[in-house]
Design a protein around this ligand. Structure first.
Ligand code: CDP
Ligand code: ZN
Length: 158
């Protein structure tokens, strides 16, 4: 049996010296803003997996009103979400993701990001793909007001 899930996330950009994307720190002249480490990609992946298993969303599992979630590592949230997904027997077939960012260039960091996501989830990095798109200079992405990410996740169980 197969199930598919979709995850989407957006974070504002503000003053800072880098972004954390897929658990990898990328030096930049801005940072993403959020109550956690603002890792837009790990948040989208978390929601895709929870959606595939019909187990809620990241905000339900880790409410931002709970002080315990302030500054929580997104890798830790993803791992905990995956524990929920694995409990009823789901395992990941593959993830396919898109980062929406005018800058910085993401592709040079793709190998490191894929490796880190695979490590967090305990899967083969061949099961993780990542693409990037600019906003063609227009809209909140293109004007560098925000970054966003999307992920589709396929899971299966016997
Ligand atoms: O060429 P097209 O309009 O389809 O895409 P684009 O958004 O102009 O991106 C051109 C190339 O830059 C693609 O190969 C993207 O994968 C890459 N890219 C990137 O590495 N980092 C970004 N933040 C945006 C795009
Ligand atoms: Zn987020």
């Amino acid at each position: 049996m197969f199930r598919i899930g979709l995850g989407h996330d957006t974070h504002r950009l503000g003053p800072g010296d880098g972004l954390v994307i897929g658990g990898v720190r990328i030096p930049h002249d801005h940072s993403a803003i959020g109550h956690s480490d603002a890792d837009v990609l790990l948040h989208a992946i978390t929601d895709a997996l929870l959606g595939a298993a019909a187990l809620g969303d990241i905000g339900e599992l880790f409410p931002d009103t709970d002080p315990a979630n302030k500054g929580r590592d997104s890798a830790d949230m993803l791992r905990r979400a995956m524990d929920h997904v694995e409990k009823p027997g789901w395992r990941i077939v593959n993830l396919d993701c898109v980062i929406f960012a005018q800058r910085p260039k993401i592709l040079p960091h793709r190998p490191a990001i894929r490796r880190r996501i695979a490590e967090i989830l305990g899967i083969d990095e061949a099961a993780v793909w990542l693409k990037a798109k600019t906003g063609e200079g227009i809209g909140p992405i293109g004007e560098e007001l925000a970054v966003a990410a999307e992920c589709v996740a396929l899971v299966e169980r016997a």
